[in-house]
Design a protein around this ligand. Structure first.
Ligand SMILES: [Zn+2]
Length: 131
């Protein structure tokens, strides 16, 4: 089997037909969502897969990454993908699958507490003089 790859980096701008996106080339494997494709030292992440074709995005992959700390969302240390629906996730997960590259990562939600205050009633004051 082989799969024709199309670049869907700007997905939706050219409709939902994968074949109307820029053609990258053909590979001699079956492609599946959640598995990164490596061709000539470039990494592609499939976003849409059909019979004999796939819409992919060129991604940068770091296979020995550091932690990603205090980000606004869950961020994959491997591919840098930021899950903008992180608020829907549990408070923590030891086996979380990256929505783009399929890597397994772990995360914990960090909650910080802050306070707002507003003036409501000034203090009572009694006026007097020195004796
Ligand atoms: Zn990832």
């Amino acid at each position: 089997m082989s799969t024709k790859l199309y670049d869907i980096s700007d997905w939706c701008r050219q409709g939902v037909e994968v074949q109307s996106y820029p053609y990258i080339g053909e590979v001699d494997i079956d492609v599946s969502i959640g598995t990164v494709i490596k061709v000539q030292n470039k990494y592609y992440s499939p976003g849409v897969v059909g019979k004999g074709y796939a819409g992919v995005q060129l991604i940068k992959l770091n296979l020995e990454p550091d932690d990603e700390n205090y980000e606004d969302n869950i961020k994959c240390p491997y591919c840098g993908y930021e899950d903008r629906d992180s608020w829907e996730c549990d408070d923590s997960d030891d086996n979380h699958e990256c929505g783009r590259c399929g890597a397994t990562i772990e995360y914990e939600r960090v909650v910080t507490v802050e306070y707002n205050s507003s003036p409501k009633r000034p203090p009572d004051i009694v006026e007097t003089r020195w004796i």
